[in-house]
Structure formats: C-alpha cells, structure tokens
Design a binder for this molecule. Sequence first.
Ligand code: BT5
Length: 251
Amino acid sequence: MTSPLWRRESFKEIPSTNTYLVERARAGEPAGLVVRADFQSAGRGRLDRKWEAPPRSGLMVSILLRPELPESARHLANIAVALAAREAVLILSGVRPDLKWPNDLLLDGRKVGGLLAEFVVDENNESAIVVGCGINLTWDGPPEVHATSLRTASGVTISVENLLDMILRSLDTRSHDLNSEEGRQRLQAEYRDALVTLGQSVRVQTGRGDIFGVATDVDSDGRLSVLDAVGGQHLVSIGDVVHLRPAEAQQ
Ligand code: BT5
C-alpha cells in the first residue's frame, strides 16, 4: 500500500503533467500531489526540449514536494526522485539504472528516463518543487536518440501503475530526508554512488562552449567538477554531458 503522503490524479491525455502541476503549486496546492498521464501532447524536457512517448508506453508523472531546505540544496529534490525511480526499477525488473549528470537514468549506457525539476513560488509566497519523471517502459525512445526501454534492457514488462507505486514507496523516506542536514548527506552519498558520470571522460556542453575533461566529483550544490587536460578545474551548474569512449577522449 502506498503511504498517505501521496494523493494521485490521473489523466488520459494532458499537454504536460509538469506544466499542470506547476499551475496547481502556484495556486497553493499542498505537498504530495502526484499527477500521471497516459499521454502528453506537449511533454517537456529541460531547456525547452521535448519529452516524447506514445500513449501508455511509459511512465509520465509529476510530483509536488515542499521540502524545507536551503536554496543551494534544491537540486536534491530531483535527485531524491531519481534515486527512488532507480530503486523501484531494480526491485521490479532486476536491473539497476545508472544516473547520468544532471538528470538522466541510463540502462546499458542508453537513456531510459529523464527528470525535470521546476521551482515555484506560490501565491502565498511559499516555495514548492515540481519534479517530473519520464521512464520508457515499452518504447525505445525517439529513433535519433541513444535511448532504450525497460523491456528492451531487462526483458521485463512492468505496468505503469506498479512502477509508480514502487517509486512512491521508495520516495517516502527520501522525501523526508530532504528536510534535514543528515538526510541530505545520505541522499548526496547515494547520489555519488549512483552517478556513473564520475571518473568518466566527458564533453560538457555549456552555454559558453564545450569543456573536455574527466568528471571528478559532484558537490553538495549539485555542480559537476571537471578536470581538463591542462589541469584546469571547471565547476558546471547547467549543461549536458556526453560520456566519451576512450578513443574520443584522446582526440
Ligand atoms: C529530460 O530532459 O530528460 C526530462 C524529461 C522529463 C519528462 C517528464 S514526463 C512527466 C513530466 N512532464 C513533462 O512535461 N516532463 C516531465 P532533457 O535532459 O532535456 O532531455 C530531453 C531530450 O531527451 C530530448 O531532446 C530528446 O533528445 C530525448 N528524449 C525525448 N523523449 C525521450 C524518450 N522517451 N526517451 C529517451 N530520450 C528522449
């Protein structure tokens, strides 16, 4: 049984569960509302990109959180949901997704899911975070993307409902952890462990050009440290990471 922390709404079709829940959050909706849709006609990724998925081919859900945490730790709301999704997938399918900085779930190096967190200040001047999560269950993603589905990667077909139940169960303690320094350190440690980006040769695409180097750490503000070939240290807050194969890294 799912804990009473969560209240659910479900749509057959909606433009975007995140857009809808951001509106509800602005109007003062309390924490714990979970909105799922079979199909999104305008599903969103970060930086105005799209999240695409045929009807019921995957989980598309948004979760409203109102954690009490410092501004610099806000990214942990996204991470709490990513870690809950990772654990839920492992329990239900036997395969464990890696996390890729900043917000992807990978199986076999391919994108199986993504997260989109949006910060909201509501009409009572209280803050909220809407975390959206898309996970491919039976569709392997847009053909031009290096993506996969849970069915392809694990051979197991999971229902949308079972996956959401398990994610919310896994999120019970993690959402609580957001509210204390000790809990946040636990999340950070679990995040580091799950983050396959660390130790890899990467190309980081930022608004100010590409950085090539080795990803060495992620700090408590969620910034990725990248050490370049001439020993320069870069701290990246916003960007996209490409994991490079060894031959590409030497170029
Ligand atoms: C993300 O953005 O990965 C965040 C995705 C969040 C989707 C959820 S679904 C429920 C909630 N409501 C919403 O409207 N959104 C959230 P980003 O890192 O920017 O990645 C977007 C890119 O992933 C696109 O530009 C495509 O290249 C790729 N992509 C799109 N659909 C995909 C899919 N089904 N599987 C794998 N990759 C996909």
